[in-house]
Design a binder for this molecule. Structure first.
Ligand code: MG
Length: 462
């Protein structure tokens, strides 16, 4: 009997130690998301005159992913995909009527959706968000109603709620009063604390809040989603960065974001929690070339924000976790859709199993150099699949160039077919040589479309 009691005690001690080890092992997760930053806008992704030393160091110490996609080519649906691991067509967060949410919108991310924050909360995480949400500004849709313990930021884009006046404000002095024309509110845990928000200080204040949040929750585990409002036009920066970049105002704004990334990573290092924190840097969609030099660059990629060409949805992406993520460059496919399943795996919990997820756990690629489980991406324009990639091949069924303005929507039958491994700029249509590939890709789209159940279009509600 005594022996049995001793054995039981030993077993209990082992299992308790195991539990403690698990709790300590749950890494913190930080996602830093820029707005409308292009594939070619960082020095570590090839920009010749924008200087991003902190992101470059992050990339050198971590993994730079060169074929990483967002779930859609504009703000709202892209963010819905990141937060839920599901193509936005599955939860009504994309629309053929209105492409994003506006200040008069009545819809938002449905309460039935499970965000990364809500999932990680179940694993004992504290969850904080700082920055642009754009998944519904009404109280029931705000971050604090979607699994975040705390929220500080603006509910939609910084060019919205514009009072009448100059329509070319992105060309005015960014350190002047131009921000007063955009009646955008700053929200702190459900309350409007400033309106209009002084956009010259947005990047700096987001950063200060993010750093404070990390310090407060350094004992972890925590999940921080830092979604910058910049470089979405109108561009604003403070005196410290104004006129400091060789790339002009757009470069000033990117270099301030780079400073912000440095502040976040330095804070993690100073608190000695860098080796237990995974940080991801990405952007919500491609550059808004409509605004010429006030928009960014998609580098060697064709297309821009709003387009289903690569420049609209392939983003400069960096993963960083010193001692865990092996430094290098990854050319496998990945997506923001994969962040929810990956975060769940790192936290030691199951991803939601009661719904169709479109993401994969890419932690074996990040941590162990395994091949990425992703080989397919669907490129949505509103509620329709306009293009699909599987492996090296991408077919376009409809295109529109440029993405904004009165350019026509052009259907293609047979679709345009590009080999993205040899032709990342989508220049050379090889459809006539590969009818078999086209048949496969068409079947893939049909299979995907059949898996989508009809839901309420949240973006058209007002
Ligand atoms: Mg955007």
């Amino acid at each position: 009997m005594r022996q049995f009691a001793l054995l039981l005690l030993a077993a209990l001690m082992i299992s308790c130690t195991g539990l403690r080890a698990d709790a300590a092992a749950k890494p913190n997760v930080v996602i830093i998301f820029a707005d409308d930053l292009g594939y070619g806008d960082l020095s570590c992704f090839g920009h010749p005159t924008i200087h991003t030393p902190h992101l470059d160091r992050m990339a050198a110490e971590g993994q730079r992913w060169t074929q990483f996609y967002v779930a859609a080519c504009v703000c709202t649906p892209s963010r819905a995909g990141l937060m839920t691991g599901r193509y936005p067509i599955r939860n009504g967060m994309c629309s053929d009527k209105r492409r994003v949410l506006f200040p008069d919108s009545k819809g938002g991310l449905p309460a039935s959706e499970i965000t990364i924050a809500a999932a990680l909360k179940k694993a004992g995480y504290n969850t904080g968000m700082v920055g642009k949400w754009h998944l519904g500004h009404l109280p029931q849709f705000q971050p604090t109603s979607h699994g975040f313990d705390t929220y500080y930021g603006i509910p939609y884009s910084n060019d919205m709620d514009r009072v009448e006046g100059d329509r070319n404000l992105w060309k005015t002095d960014p350190t002047g009063d131009g921000w007063k024309v955009f009646n955008v509110p700053m929200i702190h845990d459900g309350k409007v604390v400033e309106q209009p928000v002084d956009q010259r200080t947005l990047t700096r204040r987001y950063t200060e809040h993010a750093v404070d949040y990390i310090k407060k929750h350094k004992d972890g585990p925590f999940f921080l989603y830092l979604a910058h409002s910049m470089p979405h036009i109108p561009l604003f920066t403070n005196d410290k960065f104004h006129n400091t970049s060789r790339r002009g105002l757009y470069g000033d704004v990117i270099e301030e974001i780079d400073w912000s990334v440095g502040r976040v990573l330095d804070t993690l290092r100073e608190l000695n929690i860098a080796d237990n924190t995974m940080v991801v840097f990405c952007s919500d969609n491609g550059p808004w070339k409509l605004f010429n030099e006030f928009g960014g660059s998609s580098g060697l990629l064709r297309g821009e924000k709003g387009a289903t060409f690569e420049g609209g949805m392939r983003e400069p992406t960096i993963f960083w976790w010193p001692g865990k993520i092996k430094p290098g460059v990854v050319a496998d496919l990945g997506s923001t859709l994969d962040l929810l399943p990956t975060a769940c795996a790192l936290a030691g919990i199951e991803a939601p199993a009661d719904r169709k997820l479109d993401g994969y756990d890419i932690s074996p690629t990040l941590l162990h150099g395994k091949a990425s489980p992703r080989d397919t991406m669907f490129y949505y324009y509103g509620q329709s699949v306009w293009a699909v990639r599987k492996g090296r091949y991408k077919a376009h069924f409809v295109t529109k160039e440029p993405a904004y303005g009165r350019s026509p929507k052009v259907p293609h039958d047979p679709p345009l077919l590009f080999d993205l491994e040899t032709d990342p700029s989508e220049q050379y249509d090889i459809a006539k040589d590969h009818p078999d590939v086209i048949a496969d890709l068409k079947a893939l789209v049909q299979q995907h479309t059949e898996s989508v159940k009809p839901v309420v279009d949240q973006l058209s509600l007002r």
